[in-house]
Write a protein that binds this ligand. Structure first.
Ligand code: BTN
Length: 250
């Protein structure tokens, strides 16, 4: 048990090494209580969105999964939890004097380079919600060479951006505090609770973007984010398309 964080009881499981903190949470979901954080010092098979790999950049980088069991059945607003976490992450990065931006739906960027990734998984048993796993990887202490070797992405790390090593336990406490500070309010109000904080940090509105949604690719101008956190794209033939899931690939 981590103990109380802002009056919220947070459970903590620390692993020296695991394949993936999300996998660990999934395997043990029945026995893990609500608001438990699983942290691994090393992750040998980290997973990202769209079946990508999340590269382990060494021991002082953050790999964690938050297990949440807010209710017995699924609610639409749980799909916005990744956006809620991305806003919390931006606020923490800003305490290091940086400008953080969000690329829809939940990539966090510093100077247009990806510094963190979020992977949410929902575990259902029929209509019963067994739990939500919010996986978070943040590059905190990486060397430039390893960063350059990450395929297909322009990536950075916090130590590179602020030119000094980052204390991983300070950072972990900050992100969990920021996450749980407004978590209950978010559960009551959904995306609208964070809409302003999300939109003011966006990196994509009014720009020409390409979205990948499953195997479909769509190009257009990112017009707005609606009250459900969905992205409205205006296509070449002036159609408006609404995306609930997908990734901005460029
Ligand atoms: C992305 O593709 O951007 C999401 C990356 C998520 C990585 C984190 S690291 C901790 C947790 N465990 C995993 O296997 N993935 C997530």
């Amino acid at each position: 048990m981590w103990g109380n964080m802002l009056g919220v009881k947070i459970g903590k499981i620390v692993l020296e090494e695991t394949d993936s903190t999300n996998n660990y949470a999934k395997t043990n979901i029945t026995n893990i209580s609500d608001k438990t954080v699983i942290i691994a010092k090393r992750q040998t098979s980290g997973r990202g969105r769209l079946n990508r790999v999340w590269v382990d950049l060494g021991e002082n980088n953050l790999f964690l999964s938050i297990v949440l069991k807010p209710s017995d059945t699924y609610s639409e607003i749980y799909s916005n939890l990744t956006q809620y976490l991305s806003v919390a992450l931006c606020k923490v990065l800003e305490t290091y004097g940086l400008k953080a931006q969000i690329k829809w739906p939940n990539d966090v960027l510093i100077n247009n380079k990806k510094i963190a990734g979020i992977l949410a998984e929902t575990i259902m048993n029929g209509a019963h919600l067994k739990g939500i796993i919010l996986g978070l990887g943040v590059n905190l202490n990486a060397d430039q060479e390893s960063i350059m070797n990450i395929p297909n992405k322009i990536v950075t790390a916090l130590n590179i951006e602020i030119n000094q090593p980052v204390d991983i336990s300070d950072f972990t406490n900050k992100i969990l505090e920021e996450f749980f500070k407004n978590y209950e309010k978010f559960l009551q109000n959904g995306f609208i609770e964070i809409k302003n904080d999300y939109v003011t940090r966006n990196s994509f509105l009014n720009k020409e973007i390409t979205i990948q949604n499953l195997n479909k690719i769509e190009k257009g101008i990112a017009k707005k984010i609606n009250n459900k956190g969905e992205l409205i794209l205006s296509t070449k033939d002036n159609q408006e398309k609404t995306f609930t899931i997908g990734d901005i690939i460029c």
